[in-house]
Ligand binder design. Structure first.
Ligand SMILES: Cc1cc2nc3c(=O)[nH]c(=O)nc-3n(C[C@H](O)[C@H](O)[C@H](O)COP(=O)(O)OP(=O)(O)OC[C@H]3O[C@@H](n4cnc5c(N)ncnc54)[C@H](O)[C@@H]3O)c2cc1C
Length: 193
């Protein structure tokens, strides 16, 4: 993964958390929205000699709206904007885990080949380039298990956990009970029925 560290970007001063693409330029789809221009509000309010009541009110409102103190940017892009790395990730995982949950117990050779092809394409086509590169390494050592929905759900859960671990997110229980509960059946309290 290529992150803009102070050492590597002395000349250009990229914001922390911004991810650079293979061309060395900021990669929008590789970066969380909040990190794309994180200090816009901070700069604006610092440059104002007399903070107005509007600035103070806007600060409170933005905090209430879930903005961070250092930034006026919400965590997710506004409605109608292209996805950031997190929205793309959530949508992709939703598609993949749901597809695995509904994959046949006994897939035909054609279904197996198509699933294998779909999963093998991700490291080549996924637009977040550093995500794709890491996934490619991961898939090399753990080839997709397309034998049936139980094996596929576990394989995918484990790949997702490798990303979770890298990002410091909680590790998911990869038993079929838990993956089915999350992606197919919903919890036993019936709140999703
Ligand atoms: C192939 C791929 C690679 C990625 N690589 C990167 C990367 O290198 N850097 C980066 O910043 N982002 C990466 N992402 C995005 C990242 O994984 C998250 O999608 C994003 O950070 C949003 O996280 P989230 O907390 O909303 O939940 P997500 O991780 O998107 O998970 C969505 C939901 O899935 C469920 N879940 C969580 N873990 C599992 C699991 N193991 N099995 C089944 N269900 C689970 C949870 O209910 C969770 O709410 C990648 C995404 C994909 C699809």
């Amino acid at each position: 993964m290529t992150n803009a560290t102070p050492e590597s970007t002395k000349a250009k001063q990229f914001p922390p958390g911004m991810i650079l693409g293979p061309d060395g330029k900021p990669c929008k789809i590789c970066t969380a929205f909040r990190n794309w221009k994180p200090d816009t509000a901070a700069k604006n309010s610092e440059s104002s000699n007399k903070p107005s009541s509007f600035t103070a009110t806007a600060g409170v409102m933005s905090e209430l709206a879930g903005f961070t103190k250092a930034s006026s940017r919400p965590d997710t892009p506004p409605e109608g904007c292209p996805p950031d790395v997190e929205q793309l990730g959530r949508a992709t995982w939703t598609f993949l885990h749901t597809t695995a949950a509904y994959y046949p117990d006994r897939p035909t050779p054609r279904q197996k080949a198509n699933m294998y092809s779909l999963l093998s394409s991700l490291p080549i086509l996924y637009p977040c380039t550093h995500c794709a590169a890491d996934l490619g390494e991961n898939v090399k050592s753990h080839p997709p298990d397309v034998s049936g929905r139980v094996g596929l759900s576990r394989w995918l859960c484990e790949r997702h956990n490798e990303v979770n671990e890298k990002l410091g997110k909680p590790i998911f229980d990869c038993s079929i009970k838990k993956t089915d509960e999350r992606w197919k059946d919903g919890p036993s309290d019936g709140r999703c029925d």
